[in-house]
Design a protein around this ligand. Structure first.
Ligand SMILES: Nc1ncnc2c1ncn2[C@@H]1O[C@H](COP(=O)(O)OP(=O)(O)OP(=O)(O)O)[C@@H](O)[C@H]1O
Ligand SMILES: [Mg+2]
Length: 455
């Protein structure tokens, strides 16, 4: 037994290093393999980590872009001047965008859950169609209704099912106001045409009246002198008994007719007929001239144009102001008499209105002063129209030439006079139209026209 152990120990001692070495080598190999695998795994892991990081970065960037796009869209929607109201299929408001809050003067939060018809009259009927456009009214917080143009479109999901309605309501107040003013302008235009027509029609009868007044003038004079001779005759034969009865009748008839009064009043009365007829003739002539004035550029006597315009505008200022003229001799100006006449009329009417406003409920009369002069050096003619009205306040000075800008009540002004005048003087005649104004002193409008036309 001891012998066998010894042999074994001997042989063990003899084999152990090789075996161990093999084992160690094998383990070493495994270890290297494991290390390589580990390295590969680490590499893969790194790649995976990098990929995940890249993905996270992309997702983050994409989210940022989505956020940016969303906030851009929100800003765009906030800028939309229309009210945008989105409802579910029952008409209950789910969200609002655009100017809904500003237009309705309600906080957008308070609208969520309300029925759309409470905000937009008849909107739910309109939303039955896939797409519809029509007029409606938006109800403001205080119950006031404003006119709106309502566009409704059905909101569809990806499966093309209707999930609600988008209502877009645009404020129509400005358009409605413009429409109203345009209607007034048209009305004024047709009144102008009508007046020109009436003036034309009055021309012939007024000529008869004028001719008859001339005839009466002569007749009255002759009859009065004849009556003088008769009176002398009556005085001469007054004491003749044979015609006493006739003399008595003549005396009674003279008393009845109040001959002394007739002799006194008849000439004055005929003179007043003349005066009236002349005035009407002048107005008719001025109106005809004014409405027939050519739009063409022709050599025009500006001072005469001012006179005929003042005749037409007389009724506008005669109760509130006197007109003073300082008209210098002028060369003829190549211009559209129709256009410039219109400008002078607008400025004179504005002056009269300003004076009337300032002196309202007083008996004070204002003054409109029209002056003309020639600027030979610059080949220009200048027309100044000054009034003693209340002046143009600084805060509206830049707006008075804007179309439809007016401080006058409906029916008195349409806010077109100065815009049209500016267009005529500046655009068509290449002149200038400016003003100077002082509060409580008055306003002067300056028209400058090139003598030779706009060329
Ligand atoms: N001479 C003036 N004095 C004071 N304010 C004036 C004078 N002229 C014009 N304005 C102001 O400018 C506004 C615009 O004038 P504009 O002539 O364009 O329109 P309007 O007179 O109001 O109306 P329209 O001429 O169309 O009848 C007037 O409403 C008024 O406020
Ligand atoms: Mg005006």
């Amino acid at each position: 037994m001891a012998e066998a152990e010894a042999v074994e120990r001997e042989s063990g001692v003899a084999q152990q290093p090789e075996d161990l070495q093999a084992v160690i080598d094998a383990q070493e190999k495994d270890l290297q393999k494991l290390r390589r695998r580990l390295a590969r795994a680490r590499q893969t892991n790194q790649i995976l980590e990098d990929t995940v990081e890249d993905q996270i970065r992309s997702v983050y960037i994409a989210k940022q872009e989505v956020d940016r796009a969303n906030s851009h869209m929100e800003s765009v929607l906030r800028c939309v001047s229309a009210a945008i109201i989105i409802t579910d299929t029952d008409g209950s408001i789910t969200s609002v965008r655009g100017s809904t809050g500003r237009l309705s003067k309600r906080s957008p939060d308070t609208l969520i859950g309300c029925h759309v018809d409470d905000l937009l009259l008849g909107a739910s009927e309109a939303s039955d169609e896939l797409f519809g456009v029509g007029e409606s009214q938006l109800v403001m917080a205080d119950g006031t209704k404003i006119p709106v143009l309502l566009t409704t479109s059905q909101l569809l999901n990806e499966a093309n099912d209707t999930v609600g309605t988008v209502h877009v309501a645009s404020d129509l107040r400005r358009q409605k106001k413009l429409e109203m003013r345009l209607a007034e302008v048209r009305k004024l235009e047709s009144i102008g045409q009508l007046a020109a027509g009436v003036a034309h029609e009055m021309n012939t009868p007024i000529q008869y009246v004028g001719d008859s007044a001339h005839f009466l003038d002569e007749v009255v004079e002759e009859l009065l002198s004849l009556q003088g001779v008769y009176a002398e005759l009556v005085a001469a034969v007054r004491n003749e008994p044979a015609i006493a009865e006739l003399i008595g009748r003549i005396d009674a008839a003279e008393t009845e007719a109040d001959v002394d009064f007739l002799r006194e009043e008849a000439p004055g009365s005929v003179a007043r007929i003349h005066e009236g007829v002349n005035r009407v003739t002048e107005i008719v002539r001025a109106m005809k001239q004014f409405s027939n004035q050519s739009e063409e550029f022709l050599s025009t006597d500006i001072n005469a144009l001012i006179e005929s315009t003042l005749t037409v505008a007389n009724n506008e200022f005669k109760y509130v102001a006197d007109v003073e003229r300082h008209l210098a001799p002028l060369p003829t100006v190549l211009c559209s008499a129709g256009g410039i006449g219109q400008v002078i009329l607008n400025l004179v009417v504005n002056a009269a209105h300003a004076i009337a406003d300032r002196n309202e409920q007083t008996s004070i009369r204002g003054q409109i002063t029209i002056s003309t002069r020639v600027d030979e050096a610059d080949r220009m003619v200048c027309i100044d129209i000054a009034d003693t009205g209340g002046g143009i306040p600084d805060d509206i000075a830049t707006r008075v030439f804007d179309p439809f800008f007016t401080t006058k009540e409906v029916g008195k002004g349409t806010g077109q006079g100065l815009a049209i005048s500016h267009n005529i003087v500046v655009e068509r005649h290449r002149g200038s139209l400016t003003f100077t104004s002082e509060p409580d002193v008055g306003t002067t409008f300056h028209i400058v026209l090139p003598i030779g036309g706009p060329s």
